[in-house]
Design a protein around this ligand. Sequence first.
Ligand code: GLN
Ligand code: ZN
Length: 758
Amino acid sequence: MAITHNLGFPRIGANRELKFALEAYWNKQASYDALNETAKRLRQTHLQQQSNLNYVPVGDFSLYDQVLDMSFTLGNVPERAQAKEANTLDQYFRVARGRSGHESDCQCVQAGEMTKWFDTNYHYIVPEVTADTDFSLDASRLLDQILEAQATHPQVKPVIIGPVTYLWLCKEKDSASKLDLLERLLPVYGELLNVLSQQGVEWVQIDEPILVTELDRDWVYAFHQAYHHLKSAPIKLLLTTYFGQLQENLQLACELPVAGLHLDAVNARDEVPRLVDWLPTHKILSLGVVNGRNIWKADLNSLLDWLEPVAARLKDRLWLAPSCSLLHVPVDLNKEQKLDSETTSWLSFALQKLEEIRLLAQAINHGRDSVADALAENAAAIASRKNSTRVHKAEVKNAISNITTTLGERNSHYKVRAEKQRSKLKLPAFPTTTIGSFPQTPEIRKVRQALRQGNLTEDEYQTLIEKEIRYSIEQQEALGLDVLVHGEAERNDMVEYFGEQLGGFVFTQFAWVQSYGSRCVKPPIILGDITRPKPMTVKWTQYAQSLTQKPMKGMLTGPVTILNWSFVRDDQPRKDTCLQLALAIREEVQDLEKAGVRIIQIDEAALREGLPLRRAQWQHYLDWAVESFRITANGVADDTQIHTHMCYSEFNDIIESIAHMDADVITIETSRSDMELLDVFDHFKYPNEIGPGVYDIHSPNIPSEQAIVELMNKAAQRVPADRLWVNPDCGLKTRKWEEVVPALKNMMSAAATLRQAA
Ligand code: GLN
Ligand code: ZN
């Protein structure tokens, strides 16, 4: 008998109920009780929606973040948030969101740092430790959720983050060495497991996703130490890994003294035979057979072809689940009303994925005949996607196979190009520019919304957007900026804007996925081969250029960023999809050039985000990602200047690839690092031009001229001044004009000061 379970359910709610409840609570429009009421209702709904499973996860629900929850369970709360009068929930939100000086009852608290959860687009709050960190158990949140769930559902399986992964996620705030804390941490985990056992819990899911990464010997040793310590707990542990293959950690994962192991059998299917051979016979093997990271329907028949022999060997020891928590997919496909029926038949969100698990188990336990209709329907959907001309376009596949390395090469070396660009563009020293967007005012949003709702004709829309472009150009002219932008008023989002105009994408109405806290994203779906039916930005850029003598920067999103912020096809390598995007955006670059645009910026904000979990795979990714950028950008004449922009980036370990992109100018986010980010450009002797952001656009503060001059002087210690640009850290769309104008004014006078001194 195959047993079914789930690793975690999306908690934001099919209608983003949690988001709205949280925001109402934070804005003091709703009470603590109202927030709790919504949370409880969501948990009950989710429990009920998973009631077909043998084991339902509990404790996976979170008001903000599961890692922060674990920190509170372990009593690891930063001292700065432990204000005496605050209740636990207030402390919790203080760490999650910080508290700024404007609030009347303020005890200002800096928020915990946020970073990406492995290679997903979910962000967690980084736990902090010091050499003195002590842990103490607070199981109340988990116990409350267990009690609440047990009332209707006997077989609940609490989910916790394992001790080794927890420490690995921690950031040391002093000279502490995290692994030294393991001895202090383990007794608290032991206590927690005892408490859970007393609560009648049989199985605990203990997540150790770092088992799919390269581990130093110390960390391997920590695994042995941790699980030998915990083995005396009177409870069964399901050691849970996901997001990749175990590889050299496979033996370690088999040997640890636990009752069961969960493997991501989507990414690591090849490892299953060895696990079946090696896993001691008293352990169960849970296989994550349905992809918890994408929105595609699983091919149940071919999964069964593969699974049935595995099931025959494992018998009662086989469990089935999604590959990872369903946190990373939207809740319910049935909510979508605008997708055509064919597309719908190819997709599967959280609830549909759980149904796939149920069907697989039923077929294994009672024969395929018992679910014959469902399997036939599944086969038809899979076949229709495989053969669809909406998905497969011969001319696109042809173009990909005709790609040669020369496609990504500029005609001349940077030095030659720079000379030609200098005489064409005639820019002063320390040229000034912005990153692309200007404030997205309520009026602009209203205009776009009116078009979407059919309340404006295309012509009326064009007139209104042109008015916004005109305004932004007047402002830039008045400020005296050297390279202008049109301001991106027509763009809702830097990926969606392009996806909506490219062939091969579909968009959902409700497919929200949690990014962090109450923030959700609705990634587009790349469903088929990518085409570019017509120019996407040329009209706006040309209009903007017609209003000024200054050079107008064309503004595009690069292929790697579009890829990394979308749900991507699973029927071809990511690389192929990226190259298709590259060819499509390349056409746009060339049309901009033909239209007389002299400078083109191609944003690759998400380049770093795509790095694989294992270092050994980095180079392969970087190679095709950079090649995609080069194909997009480098088919232009020497005197056309290519810019790229990257935010949040740390360049130390990827500088060679960044240089290989060969953009004439790269603008980056550096102000918060006091220009230290430029060290690596210095050491590497990065050859092209750099615009190190001189002020943080995330804050409403107006930077002083002096602060900007000081930052630029620091930059000039690392990069020759004749290759430096002056610009903000990132786009200005989240700011107000009242903030933008004085900030840019100071930036302009800083540039003037720098020029005088030079
Ligand atoms: N051109 C974009 C903007 O200015 C870049 C945004 C980003 O890098 N995240 O908004
Ligand atoms: Zn940016």
